[in-house]
Design a protein around this ligand. Structure first.
Ligand code: ADP
Ligand code: MG
Length: 600
């Protein structure tokens, strides 16, 4: 074939492919234009999954009559003038490509009236060519109707997903933007039926209730963080993230916005997931809606035509700020799963719509008045017992040089054991059922991590040479992680191709069969049946603690139970085991009273 310059129409269609991939991309671009125009009400109507028709009506500023045609030219924009402006983009659009791209692959009708003009313009285009242009009376704002998308690009049409898939994608986009712009009212109608509406009240919590449903929303906690930047400017993180008991099977429920722009960023999603380390089980992910605000020059939004990717000037600092903010929210508010969730019954309207326990997780204890005979029960519910006045005389720490750890649970009185598996305890706010194995795992895990953090040599137990023979792949896995194993307290020595001599193990494992522990570690490393994003070291430690912890089915003496409970009360995260499973169930006095019909 000879070389020829492509006709404009073909160039436009090729370029359109980058911006307009599917009906949902049209919706996204048009909504972004409406938001840039300052709309407070945006209505989206779609028919046939968006392929037959997409109509977006807004009450934004509108387009100046003389410029309506210009808006459909490629690289025509009112949002950018110079290259320097690129560093200070405050609008969602700036490339001037969307309208031109959409028009080149569909039939478009636009009616727009600018706020400073008495009349508007009605214009029609087909495959990018203007077919009619006239003045009309209209209210301020813009209505764009896109019909028969990809009618002139059959190849693209073939690749479109099923109508229902497109519908889902469009709904997803609308709900995302509704979350990022709570002061804008969004309405979505599919085939004449309203399927979503946000209130436009300005409260993210309101939008979340309509997006997630009230039940899920009750399990969200608020995230907020702020960091100083240069020139008196700030970077901030706001939003909501799920308590550990609310999780999903994939990471798509982590929604991130940077400066009002929805973005996809594997690293930042990972920062959120990491914040849940030891709180969530393998393969489970949190639900989060987080808005990052950064000085515009710290973000490069011009990475891709769809603008769903951004680059940060300092990715690491954004990553760790996000991780810290989420972690703080999760650790602060990690809470006992209440039986039947009755504790959440009274969702408060005020206080930024947070459930009562979120602002004070111990609130229920304060208004309870169960008669208890354990000392210290009416003590001030202080989280920190740094001064002696708050020390319970029954629990003088054995090692006085060790810093007293802050209390994270109220003082519990052990009542007994059920099924050789659960410890029954009573606290100022009711009944606690503690899984002895999970609780002990948590205790050992935190002790181990604390030692490691202080760089104390891990206590080791020397063994009279025991050997273990593994399969070839198992042996390679162990070899690969010899150093980490060593740091944690395992001394292994190769003895033949697939055999190791075990010289020592972490002291915790005094009662465990070393070969069995090693096999357990291999299983964990291979199968990844450990918290989703755990490091190798963490996986090993979690396994060690699992092996060392008391088992279910083991009968415990009152002293042993008391010991577990005392230590659990001072764990940083007493409510979950290192795998993220709950360590306890809590039945409040109020719930008990309700169950027994004592409450009116
Ligand atoms: P960009 O958004 O990158 O500027 P577009 O092709 O999406 O490019 O839009 C071109 C121009 O048309 C915009 O810069 C804006 O001035 C105008 N425009 C598009 N949609 C609207 C709208 N809904 N309300 C007001 N002006 C609009
Ligand atoms: Mg645009």
């Amino acid at each position: 074939m000879t070389i020829q310059v492509l006709p404009d129409v073909v160039v436009a269609q090729i370029a359109a492919g980058e911006v307009v991939e599917r009906p949902a991309s049209v919706v996204k671009e048009l909504i972004e234009n409406s938001l840039d125009a300052g709309a407070r009400n945006i209505r989206v109507e779609i028919a046939g999954g968006g392929r037959r028709r997409i109509r977006i009506s807004d009450d934004g500023a509108g387009i100046i009559p003389d410029e309506v045609a210009l808006a459909f030219h490629r690289h025509a924009t009112s949002k950018l003038r110079t290259t320097e402006d690129l560093s200070f983009i405050e609008t969602l659009g700036f490339r001037g490509e969307a309208l031109a791209s959409i028009a080149s692959v569909s039939q478009v009708s636009i009616s727009s009236r600018h706020q400073d003009f008495p009349v508007g313009v009605l214009m029609q285009l087909e495959g990018g060519e203007i077919t009619s242009h006239q003045s009309i009376g209209a209210s301020i704002g813009t209505v764009i109707t896109v019909e028969n998308l990809f009618f002139n690009t059959p190849a693209r049409l073939k690749f479109l997903k099923k109508e229902n898939t497109e519908k889902r994608h469009i709904a997803l986009f609308i709900t995302r933007y509704a979350m990022a712009y709570p002061h804008v009212r969004f309405i979505l109608e599919q085939d004449g039926r309203e399927v979503f509406r946000s209130s436009g009240s300005g409260q993210l919590a309101d939008v979340l209730v309509s997006v997630l449903g009230l039940d899920s929303f009750k399990n969200m906690v608020e995230v907020s963080g702020q960091e100083a930047r240069r020139d008196n400017r700030y970077a901030s993180i706001n939003g909501f993230t799920s308590v550990p008991s609310l999780h999903r099977a994939d990471r798509n429920h982590i929604t991130l916005f940077v400066n009002g722009r929805w973005i996809q960023d594997m690293r930042l999603s990972y920062a959120v997931i990491q914040a849940y380390h030891t709180f969530l089980m393998t393969g489970r992910y949190p639900v989060a809606i987080l808005m990052l605000r950064l000085p515009t020059e710290e973000v490069d939004v011009n990475v891709h035509p769809t603008k769903a990717e951004v680059r940060f000037r300092d990715t690491d600092s954004v990553f760790s700020a996000l991780q810290r903010a989420v972690r703080r929210a999760v650790v602060d508010l990690a809470q006992t799963p209440a039986m039947r969730g009755g504790r959440f019954a009274g969702l408060t309207g005020g206080l930024d719509h947070l459930p009562a326990w979120a602002t004070n997780p111990y609130q229920n204890q304060l208004d309870m008045n169960l008669a208890l005979d354990s000392p210290g029960q009416h003590r001030r519910q202080s989280l920190w017992i740094s001064d002696d006045a708050h020390l319970d005389p029954t629990e003088i720490p054995t090692d006085m040089s060790a810093p007293v750890r802050p209390r994270t649970l109220p003082i519990l009185r052990v009542i007994g054991q059920v099924g050789a598996t659960y410890i029954v305890a009573e606290g100022p706010s009711g009944l606690y059922l503690v899984d002895q194995h999970a609780a002990h795992e948590r205790i050992l895990y935190e002790q181990f991590m604390a030692e490691l953090k202080q760089h104390e040599p891990t206590a080791q137990l020397a063994l009279t040479a025991q050997t273990v023979t593994l399969t070839t792949t198992e042996a390679r896995l162990i070899e690969e992680h010899l150093i980490t194993l060593h740091e944690v307290g395992f001394e292994l020595e190769a003895f033949g191709p697939n055999t190791f001599i075990i010289r020592s193990v972490p002291a915790l494992l005094a009662d465990a069969a070393p070969a069995e522990v090693l096999r357990g570690i291999i299983t964990d490393l291979e199968a990844g049946n450990q918290p989703a994003e755990a490091s190798i070291e963490n996986k090993i430690i979690t396994r060690v603690c699992k092996q060392a912890a008391v088992k279910s089915g083991q009968i415990l003496s009152p002293d042993e139970m008391q010991n577990i409970i005392r230590q659990l009360e001072r764990c940083e995260s007493p409510h979950t085991c290192p795998h993220g499973r709950p360590t306890m169930l809590h039945l409040t006095g109020e719930q008990l009273a309700r169950e027994f019909g004592r409450l009116g």
